[in-house]
Write a protein that binds this ligand. Structure first.
Ligand code: C5P
Length: 406
């Protein structure tokens, strides 16, 4: 099995010495451990300690260029399967809660898409201070995993909550997060993305403003969570995410054929593509000339409704999710589609918002369920929306399936 990489962030508290034990245990468990220290942490423990225990260079200053290897400021963020910060001081918790990126560790956390586990350790009064409580609350709400400190004798002599959780508890949390991150292992998922192009003549086509970002985020998150992903993509400028099989298509007709061809093996299908609804009735093999005409009348016909075709063929245990991009009566229209296309749920976004929908990196969606329930998600990045969608697909799949079946 591929070795997992743990980025171990060590911050400046007396419990920093305990991070050496954690680093050593992680190495013994077979993880690649790369340590990033804050400057303050180096006052408590020498980088050499971690370098020796992990067999890896230790990074403190993101601007220092070590002679033998080059760490781009986001290289660790990309390499991480999980980021563990132990001990996490009140200071790093505040910085992370507010998006600071003023050293290698904060930059890595801000740039990573890996899960982050925090093991706070500090004086009890600091730990109980509302500022720290609120910052931890913000991080928890954003999906950080917090390994609560223990109550006991603290280095300052006082007794109370704030002592770094025992190494067993921290390692357990890291492994749980890594296992959890693979919750789509064994699945084959089909994702569609991007616009379609409906040709008019050899140089012109009808299309829409979809960039494919939402579908690509869905594919990339599913792959990271262990699924075998086929991404059926209309024309976009995006690169295929790592370990995703991309099938490139142009028209709705081609997309339909590919979706139906891949459907039988799919555990789940998420149709994020903005499929054109209309195409020119006739394709002109010659470029349509402008000379001699003031107007041009185009006759359009409907493209195949891919989800309607899927609805007729899908097996009961296959989960199918659609999208609805609307500018008015969002929930109502989405619900109508959900019923008509026999979807497990539909993801509806309001395309009139500038910070959501087409071309944006963020998205605010509602999830609409067959029983009429509407879940309103906050404004999230498309990656976070993708994660929320897969969480729900997973839940539907579990509910659909008797525990004995596979
Ligand atoms: O009805 P509407 O086109 O708005 O429904 C949107 C959903 O249906 C999206 O998931 C989209 O990918 C899918 N769709 C489709 N075939 C079409 C048009 C849309 O599967 N021809």
């Amino acid at each position: 099995m591929e070795r997992k990489t743990v980025i171990l962030g060590v911050t400046g508290g007396i419990a920093a010495y305990k991070a050496a034990d954690l680093a050593s245990r992680l190495v013994q468990k077979g993880y690649t451990v790369k340590v990033v220290m804050t400057k303050a942490a180096t006052r408590f423990v020498a980088p050499l300690t971690f370098q020796t225990l992990t067999g890896q260079p230790v990074v403190v200053d993101m601007f220092a260029a070590p002679p033998v290897w080059n760490v781009a400021h986001v290289a660790y963020a990309e390499a991480a399967d999980v980021v563990l910060i132990a001990p996490a001081t009140a200071d790093i918790i505040a910085k992370l809660a507010h998006g600071f990126a003023d050293d290698m560790l904060t930059t890595t956390v801000l740039a990573t898409q890996a899960p982050v586990v925090l093991a706070p350790a500090m004086n009890s009064n600091m730990y109980l201070n509302p500022a720290v409580r609120e910052n931890l609350g913000l991080l928890r709400a954003r999906g950080f995993y917090i390994v609560e400190p223990e109550t006991g004798r603290l280095a300052c002599g006082a007794s109370g909550p704030g002592r770094l959780a025992p190494p067993e508890a921290i390692l357990e949390a890291v492994e749980r997060v890594l296992r959890g991150a693979q919750d789509l292992a064994g699945w084959r998922v089909l994702v569609t993305a991007g616009p379609t192009r409906e040709p008019l003549d050899p140089v012109r086509f009808l299309s829409n403003r979809s960039t494919g970002k939402m579908g690509y985020a869905l594919a990339s998150v599913a792959a990271r969570r262990g699924a075998n992903v086929t991404l059926i993509s209309g024309p976009t400028s995006l690169e295929a995410p790592p370990s995703v099989k991309r099938v490139e298509v142009t028209s709705a007709e081609e997309m339909c054929a590919q979706v139906l061809a891949h459907l039988p093996e799919a555990t789940a299908l998420v149709m994020a593509a903005a499929v054109a609804d209309w195409r020119p009735r006739a394709f002109s093999p010659e470029k349509i000339k402008k000379e001699g005409r003031e107007t041009l009348r185009l006759e359009l016909e409907r493209t195949p409704d891919i989800l309607a075709e899927v609805a007729e063929r899908k097996r009961a245990e296959q989960v199918v999710v659609g999208f609805a991009a609307e500018s008015s009566h969002l929930a109502e229209r989405a619900r109508e589609k959900l019923v008509r296309k026999r979807l497990d749920f539909i993801v509806a976004n309001d395309i009139t918002r500038s910070d959501a929908g087409f071309a944006s990196d963020s998205n605010q969606v509602q999830i609409i369920w067959p029983d009429g329930r509407v879940e309103e998600l906050p404004l999230l990045t498309k990656e976070e929306v993708a994660a929320a969608i897969w969480d729900r697909v997973l839940r539907v799949k579990k509910e659909n399936q008797p525990p004995s079946a596979n």
